[in-house]
Ligand binder design. Structure first.
Ligand SMILES: [Zn+2]
Length: 140
């Protein structure tokens, strides 16, 4: 398998900065800012729903541990995200092995100035019919 994360894990790479029973934490490469870390399940998993309950608990607990360390030491804020984008075309950044991004954030930081400052025009209020649509998604 040609998975960058599986290689890091199986080769016990020096990039691994923390390890639990089911996860490793590594620096993001490429990174968006200093302290941009990834919490990665040790098993090659492509969607969160493929995690066992034990793996889910370990991944979530470790994400919280890493976030708390970031908040104590690197920045007053922190974003956490996980993506499932099998539709991204090619490129070096295509990774199918799930991972949790932990991004230290500060007021008006570089990411905000370059990207998110423009998001103000994107947000809209949720309408009543949308609420019904979303509720219907989860009705049996
Ligand atoms: Zn993998």
């Amino acid at each position: 398998m040609n998975c960058r994360f599986c290689k890091i894990i199986t080769q016990n790479s020096k990039q691994i900065i923390r390890e639990t029973d089911h996860t490793v934490t590594i620096p993001s490469n490429p990174k968006l800012m200093h302290g941009h870390l990834l919490v990665v399940p040790k098993r090659h998993i492509e969607k969160l729903s493929e995690l066992t309950k034990e793996e889910r608990a370990d991944l979530f607990d470790e994400t919280i541990n890493v976030q708390e360390k970031v908040l104590e030491t690197l920045a007053p804020g922190c974003d956490i995200s996980q993506h499932f984008r099998p539709y991204i075309p090619g490129g070096a950044s295509k990774i199918t092995h799930i991972h949790i991004h932990i991004r230290p954030r500060d007021l008006d930081d570089e990411l905000y100035q370059k990207v998110q400052a423009r998001e103000n025009d994107v947000f809209t209020d949720t309408k009543e019919n949308e609420l019904e649509e979303y509720k219907n998604l989860f009705r049996g």
